[in-house]
Ligand binder design. Structure first.
Ligand code: 13P
Ligand code: SF4
Length: 353
């Protein structure tokens, strides 16, 4: 994928035309972005939206993107599963992944004929970095006959060696589906140890785990959650299943990033704490201004590599293209498509902790 990218900043002026052209966009983020800050974002928003049309590109934005990206330049927003589904069906010739590298690779695997760009190649993931294809081959030797379920937060190599992928929104359904299909009562689940342990609590299938962790979610502690409850009476606690099981046990609800957003929309709690990456609360606060957000968030340094200047640079230069070896891509695609074919029972899609 070439050389290390820089942090690109282009001098763009906040002119009266830009202010006019971006008035509607600003209305989408006015609750969480002050006007003085908008003057910095607006010229990029205008230019990105113009270039996107010219280049027949779509921007897929993960729920952890900052609000000016999430609401003002993206064409599709969602959790890992929703973004994978969208990548499989978009007609656009160019996909810009406003997310991390494994997401861009998944898009390329599903749409090999398209140009997939990641605005910053440094946007990695501690989970994806915790395991290789060779590790999966060794696990299969150690546990012959057991299927391997790999989190979508993995490299194409790892996906290629796995029977099926999963995300946080379909993990229980995928584990049960592959166990039924292979006629086994145990599966190997990599690389997120905590996600695997949280899934194991919701199914009779036994799970062999790997010791990978999300560097953002592993930092939350059960004690911290108890402290937030004590300091904010009545607060509803939502936790991502990448958190350690004792943290999830303290929560009122656990689910994927989109499932957490859905919970706020459906229940409209007065006060909520989202035990996950920081930008989630900003994005949901914009959508539900009547809800008060307590914010003990942790930043994902990888997600935060993606900025408006980096996205503009990606569009202007058509970089950085994400390529996957076609032989690996073909095998990885089978694991991703097998996941996409699994039906998620409503109860499993958003299970209370
Ligand atoms: P979901 O958006 O699928 O819940 O996953 C979160 C994540 O790991 C993104 O980094
Ligand atoms: Fe990876 Fe965690 Fe960042 Fe998601 S939040 S990209 S799982 S390090």
């Amino acid at each position: 994928m070439g050389e290390m990218p820089k942090n690109f900043v282009k001098e763009l002026a906040f002119t009266p035309e830009v202010a006019r052209a971006t008035r509607e966009a600003y209305a989408k983020v006015a609750h969480v972005i002050p006007e003085v800050e908008w003057a910095v974002h607006a010229p990029y928003v205008a230019e990105i939206n113009r270039l996107k049309k010219e280049k027949n590109a779509v921007i897929l934005a993960h729920n952890y993107m900052t609000p000016e990206i999430f609401y003002c330049v993206s064409d599709f927003r969602g959790d890992s599963l929703q973004l994978a589904r969208e990548a499989a069906k978009t007609d656009a010739q160019v996909i810009i992944q406003a997310g991390v590298h494994f997401m861009a690779e998944t898009s390329k695997i599903l749409s090999p004929e398209k140009t997939v760009l990641i605005p910053d190649t440094r946007a990695g993931c501690s989970l994806a970095a915790s395991i290789t294809g060779a590790d999966i081959r060794l696990l299969k030797q150690k546990y012959p006959g057991l299927p391997v379920v790999s989190y979508v937060n993995t490299s194409a190599d790892v996906k290629a060696e796995s029977d099926v992928c999963c995300t946080s929104s379909n993990a229980v359904a995928v584990v049960e589906d592959i166990a039924r299909e292979k006629g086994v009562d145990t599966v190997i689940m990599t690389p997120d140890e905590y996600l695997a342990q949280n899934v194991a609590k919701q199914t009779a299938i036994k799970i062999i785990t790997w010791k990978g962790h999300c560097e953002v979610h592993e930092r939350f502690t059960a004690e911290e959650i108890r402290h937030y409850r004590a300091a904010n009476p009545g607060v509803v606690v939502l936790a991502h299943p990448e958190c350690p099981p004792d943290v999830v046990a303290e929560a009122d609800f656990s689910g994927s990033t989109s499932a957490m957003i859905g919970y706020v929309g459906n229940h409209r709690p007065k006060r909520v704490v989202m035990v996950t990456e920081c930008s989630m609360s900003d994005n949901v606060a914009q959508q539900y201004p009547d809800v008060e957000f307590v914010r003990p968030c942790n930043l994902c340094p990888h997600m935060k590599r993606i900025t408006l200047p980096q996205i503009l640079h990606a569009l202007e230069t058509m970089t950085y293209e994400v390529l996957v070896d076609p032989v690996i891509a073909e095998r990885a695609k089978a694991a991703v498509e097998r996941m996409l074919a699994v039906k998620i029972p409503a109860a499993a899609a958003a299970k209370a902790a």
